[in-house]
Design a protein around this ligand. Sequence first.
Ligand code: NAD
Length: 259
Amino acid sequence: MTAAGRTAVVTGGASGIGAATVRALATEGYRVVVADIDESAARDLARELGDAVTAVRMDVTDEDSVAAGFRTAAGAHVVVHCAGSSIPGALTELELAQWQATLDVCLTGTFLVLEHAGRHVADNASIICLASLNGRQPGTGMASYCAAKAGVLMLVEVAALELAERGIRVNALSPGLVDTPLVAGVALVPGLREEYVENTPLGRSGRPEEIAEAAAFLASDRSGWMTGATIDLNGGAHLRRYPDVLGRVRAMAQTPPNP
Ligand code: NAD
């Protein structure tokens, strides 16, 4: 089946990897719903891409909002769940509310999307969740994000088992460092970006379009026999080690400002 006549919902579709995925799917001929908490950015993208792309406000931490979004998009053939955020901090200093905020968006948000998308998508649909290299590789200062993304990988496997009876496929994408607003803070910490790249065999960070390309593959029948799987997109970074984020941040805090 071609993409024409198929509908895709992209959560977190207003920025970064989500926005690149919206563009890729729209180019392939899908009707695309950009579902984002940032409604204004979602509308701007929809306006730019034309009639086949629409915008809806969705907060993935709010069950009513997620349920309403997927009821409206009932019968969708593809869901790409990109909404995500992170509050870094040392495990011994992280406040419960900070831990909870990351868990709410990344893990509970994924549960709510799988639950309500699972109810409302078409049979044989494809659901794709953005996990992360941090779902399998620990990083200092990233307790909540690592724990949440490890949870996403397992949720995807459980969902793949449960939804297979309707032919629905559920897969994950696990990117390494991709240049988006989410990781803009990396550039502010001296040496951190360089340490990422040193630990990436292919020697560079990723582009949102490279993740979108894999999302388009998982969305399509070209991946028709894949479910419960994860695609690592990280330039080989999973073969080395994660940078010492906390060490770099602490070193920065101890460096006196230039006179
Ligand atoms: P981004 O910040 O550019 O985009 C995230 C989008 O999610 C934004 O449009 C934001 O408004 C939206 N969002 C945030 N909270 C939301 C909520 N509660 N409800 C609905 N929408 C919400 O980030 P990105 O880098 O494109 O990240 C996309 C996904 O990829 C995330 O799940 C992230 O964890 C994952 N990821 C990113 C990287 C990276 O290096 N950029 C690496 C691995 C995994």
